[in-house]
Each structure stands twice: as structure tokens, then as C-alpha cells.
Design a protein around this ligand. Structure first.
Ligand code: SAM
Length: 159
């Protein structure tokens, strides 16, 4: 279901999506079924959410428990993709380009949250810090850069 367009907001013709060969790696379970109930940004003292990784990829979680925080990328599947100028306050005054916002409405509706890892339960991560609807598809999981030391040998360009 596409969200409504507010007065003065601008849409554009969006290109036919060219397949980027992405596949979803799991699904996120949260307490929120409606957008109005989701936080605008997750907080690490927010409720526990369950990040379920699909079975063939379960082994890809090896070592993840070493990290206190993870970056999660997810697909905001119920967002519209054609808004270029937005009026987030719906006040008819303050307009912003989509790329100056973290709005879910964007050409490629990718969400990014830094979450606190509470525990690992088999192929699921229990985290705090999410802001997405229940059932949101998961794109990727990465350790946060400040906790991560590259496992591969350094390259000359690393200085
Ligand atoms: N933290 C992410 C970011 O900054 O990239 C997402 C921020 S976005 C402002 C969060 C909002 O997106 C929520 O409050 C909700 O209104 C909306 N939202 C959450 N899950 C969604 C989904 N699956 N599809 C469309 N909109 C969603």
C-alpha cells in the first residue's frame, strides 16, 4: 500500500527497476504492524526485535556474537518510490529533497539501523534499535566499523 502524497510534495517518473540481483536474506520481526506506531529512528533502549536469517544462510552468522552492535540493512517494502520532494511535517512550508532526508519514501527504499545485539538464538538475532514494520525483508548484516578489525591482511592503500 502506497502512502499518500501531501500538498506541494513532488513525484517523478521512476525508471523501471533493473534487477540488482539482490535477494533477501531474512525477515525482521518487530512489535509494529502499522507505520504510525513505528519509531522514526530505532533506539538501543527500544523493544527487543527478532532478526530471522533464512536457513541456507544460517552459517553466515558465525562469529557475529563477538559484536555488541551491528548495522542492519533492510528493504522498506511498503514505501513509495517516486517522491523527490517531501514535506515531512505536512505544514505546506518546509520542503526537502528525498536525499536530504531519512524518509522511507525513496527510489531504493533501503533502511539502515545500528542495533545492539542482545543475543543469538540459532539463526536469529535478538536486537534492540529497530524502527521497521513487522515482516520487513532483511538485506544485510554487518559489524559496526568501530568494533570491527579487518580479518584480511592490510593493503598498501590502507596506509
Ligand atoms: N532507520 C532507517 C534509516 O534511517 O534508514 C529507517 C528510518 S525510516 C524514517 C523509519 C520509518 O519508516 C518508520 O517510522 C515507519 O514509518 C517507516 N517504515 C518502517 N518499516 C517500513 C516498511 N517495511 N515499509 C515502509 N515503511 C516502513
Amino acid at each position: 500500500m502506497q502512502s499518500r502524497v501531501r500538498a506541494g510534495e513532488k513525484l517523478t517518473e521512476v525508471a523501471e527497476p533493473r534487477d540488482a540481483m539482490l535477494h533477501f536474506i531474512g525477515r525482521i520481526r518487530t512489535p509494529w504492524t502499522e507505520r504510525k506506531d513505528c519509531p522514526r529512528q530505532g533506539r538501543t533502549d527500544g523493544p527487543e526485535c527478532r532478526v530471522e536469517v533464512f536457513a541456507p544462510l544460517a552459517e553466515a552468522l558465525l562469529g557475529v556474537e563477538e559484536y555488541g552492535h551491528l548495522d542492519l540493512l533492510y528493504w522498506l517494502d511498503r514505501a513509495r518510490r517516486d517522491l523527490v520532494v517531501q514535506n515531512p511535517k505536512n505544514d505546506g512550508t518546509h520542503y526537502y529533497g528525498t536525499f536530504a532526508l531519512r524518509s522511507p519514501q525513496r527510489p531504493n527504499p533501503i533502511g539502515l539501523s545500528r542495533v545492539r545485539l542482545v543475543r543469538v538464538e540459532g539463526a536469529a538475532l535478538i536486537v534492540r534499535g529497530l524502527d521497521c514494520l513487522d515482516g520487513t525483508p532483511l538485506i544485510d548484516i554487518k559489524p559496526v566499523t568501530c568494533e570491527f578489525t579487518p580479518k584480511a591482511p592490510p593493503k598498501p592503500a590502507d596506509g
